[in-house]
Ligand binder design. Structure first.
Ligand code: 76R
Length: 276
């Protein structure tokens, strides 16, 4: 057999690739398999999930979808697109041909935000401006250090997130409008930054109840971002999405795709839930 040519990895300069994968289970195909075949199919998927989770810098969330839009959802985060693509094909085939039928998928990347407060801004606007501190004073230095520690942690989370096992998963794609007077991309950076600060103010009031991960998909998908929200209570998903509707960024510029609601479950419970 000839040696296969090594494939160069496709690892972004910063951040990871993210795939959201939604499948329907074809119960007719599944019922053709006998008990042994069904057992070994489930073992195959279980082992694959263990293998994916054991891969460095790689995370996989498994969830059941709440309505017949889909049955099973996976959220895969991993640096290399070659690896993500390999895992995706293996997941799709893991239960046997045509048992898992893809109904929706989304490719995006983790990204840092261009609107994040910089150290210079924090020094000028917050420490000197709002708090009246003098550059070089012990309070100023302490304030800067606290800010920089917070930002290091925060940027790490945006680019290399480790998501908690909170039960409720909400996913939807969104874009910023580009029409007439409401073209987000023809606003100045200052205007966009000011609007995004209002958005973040609303978002921060959900701290501890909602964990949001915004992943960029411009050039990969019809929509520009994937929005993943994790919660412990479904009412917090409804509350944040509703409240955001009143915020100017969403009211004037938000455009949305389909919404998926899932429940993160351990695999044995997931199998039972979807009647496998
Ligand atoms: O830098 C930061 O991440 C903090 C400020 C912040 C940014 C830059 C932030 C905070 N978001 C940012 C960017 Mn958000 N977010 C959404 C949605 O349903 C809707 O109307 C919108 C979907 C929710 C629910 C949400 C929640 N955010 C973005 C972007 C990229 C925009 C761009 O680059 O132009 C999108 C598409 C987007 C959408 N946001 C927060 C939240 C929450 C809960 C927060 C506070 C997070 C925290 O402080 O921990």
């Amino acid at each position: 057999m000839s040696e296969s040519t090594p494939i160069s990895p496709l690892v972004p300069r910063e951040g990871w690739h993210v795939m959201h994968l939604f499948y329907q289970i074809d119960q007719a195909q599944w019922s053709i398999l006998d008990n042994d075949e069904q057992r070994s199919a489930k073992t195959r998927l279980t082992k694959l999930i263990q293998e994916i989770r054991a891969t460095p810098d790689t995370h996989l969330l498994t969830f059941a979808i709440a309505t017949p839009k889909a049955d099973i959802g996976f959220m895969l985060l991993t640096p290399d697109l070659q690896v993500a693509s390999t895992f995706e094909k293996q997941l799709t085939l893991s239960l046997g041909p045509e048992v898992l039928s893809p109904v929706y998928s989304y490719l995006s990347q983790t990204e840092s935000s261009e609107y994040t407060t910089t150290s210079e801004q924090y020094a000028e606007e917050t420490l000197k401006g709002e708090k009246g501190l003098t550059e070089g004073s012990p309070e100023f230095d302490e304030g800067m250090k606290a800010f920089e520690d917070r930002m290091t942690h925060y940027l790490q989370h945006r680019l290399y997130p480790v998501l908690p096992d909170w039960p409720v998963v909400c996913f939807y794609p969104m874009s910023k409008r580009r029409s007439g007077a409401d073209n987000w991309y023809s606003l100045s950076f200052e205007e966009r930054k000011k609007l995004m600060a209002g958005h973040a103010r609303v978002g921060r009031t959900y701290s501890g109840r909602i964990l949001q991960l915004i992943t960029g998909s411009t050039g990969f998908e019809e929509f520009e971002w994937g929005v993943t929200l994790l919660a412990k209570d479904t009412i917090d998903i409804k509350a944040i999405v509703y409240e955001m509707r009143f915020d100017e960024v969403t009211a004037r510029f938000g455009e949305f795709g389909d919404f998926y609601i899932g429940m993160q479950l351990p695999l044995d419970e997931l199998f039972r839930r979807v009647c496998l």
